[in-house]
Write a protein that binds this ligand. Structure first.
Ligand code: PGA
Length: 234
């Protein structure tokens, strides 16, 4: 069971330090759940520093496929490793929607990160129009087909219509999509999309749901800790 907090473009270094000190305290007695926070690049170092000696991992929100080079604005896997970062998200729908990331690019990012020793959370998920058109399975098949099963790879199923909208997939919808993804690739699958303390237990309680990738509700220590704690009871 993994609960990861995707902070998106929120929390600079000072706020990150404060958050991590509080999170450490709030999760001191947590057992049986892996926890990760995914701050923006500029806040990774301080998160690693404050969370050193705890079981709370720090992951980035993206990673480039080359170790170095003329790729303005990108950050590589060895650079993340040097900071003590444990993993990276790749293929988040916001990267696909706003920054033109493709399945092939996502696959390259995942491959390079895994080869460099990072864990990877690869995001997949259909839009509302794709679901309404009955294309959910085709979209998931296409997005998952570029990835290869590996010990350090986790998929996050994030239906785009449920991200930041307050419209959560029902536990049944999540279970169905997760079970389908697992027929394509035998890896753990996290659910993402408006996960909150009130719905987390029901979602992660589904047999094919192996944890959650939490956006908005991970920005508040109390709500993120409550989600982590509710996962121990599922
Ligand atoms: P949300 O975001 O929890 O705010 O819906 C999830 C995500 O984008 O990873």
């Amino acid at each position: 069971m993994l609960i990861a907090g995707n902070w998106k473009m929120y929390k600079g270094a000072a706020e990150t330090a404060e958050f991590c000190v509080e999170l450490k305290r709030a999760l001191a007695d947590l057992e049986g759940v892996d926890v990760a926070v995914c701050p923006p690049f500029t806040s990774l170092a301080v998160a690693v520093q404050v969370l050193a000696g705890t079981d709370i991992a720090v992951a980035a929100q993206n990673v480039h496929w080359e170790p170095e080079g003329a790729f303005t604005g990108e950050v590589s896997a060895p650079m993340l490793r040097e900071l003590g970062v444990y993993g990276a998200i790749v293929g988040h729908s916001e990267r696909r929607q706003y920054f033109g990331e493709t399945d092939e690019g996502v696959a390259k990012r995942a491959r390079a990160a895994l080869d460099a020793g990072l864990s990877v959370i690869a995001c997949v998920g259909e839009t509302e129009a794709e679901r309404d058109a009955g294309d959910t399975e085709d979209v998931l098949r296409r997005q998952v087909s570029v990835l290869e099963a590996e010990d350090n790879l986790v998929i996050a199923y994030e239906p785009v219509w449920a991200i930041g909208t307050g419209k959560t997939a029902t536990p049944e919808i999540a279970q169905e999509a997760h079970a389908f993804i697992k027929t394509l690739l035998d890896v753990p699958v996290l659910y993402g999309g408006s996960v909150k303390p009130e719905n987390a237990a029901d979602l992660v309680g589904q047999p094919a749901v192996d944890g959650a990738l939490v956006g908005g509700a991970s920005l508040d220590v109390e709500s993120f800790a409550a989600i982590c704690l509710s996962a121990t009871r599922s």
